[in-house]
Design a protein. Structure first.
Length: 65
């Protein structure tokens, strides 16, 4: 398994229908960890929780699914 938090140049991340389960990973909105991330797709997984205001404020991601 890879640790995506050590990929500061990551521009796009897609993990659609891969059976992720758990709380929403708000660390994707951390501009310090992912300063270049522009696209995030986590659709069709078993995630719960809210997308925090900090996620939207600190992220370059214009939209997410």
């Amino acid at each position: 398994m890879y640790d995506v938090t050590s990929c500061p140049s990551l521009r796009s991340f897609s993990a659609v229908n891969v059976h992720f389960a758990g709380g929403f990973p708000n660390y994707f909105g951390n501009a310090t960890l992912f300063p270049e991330l522009e696209s995030l797709s986590l659709a069709r997984n078993l995630l719960w929780g809210e997308i925090t205001p900090e996620f939207e404020k600190n992220s370059k991601i214009p939209s997410y699914s």
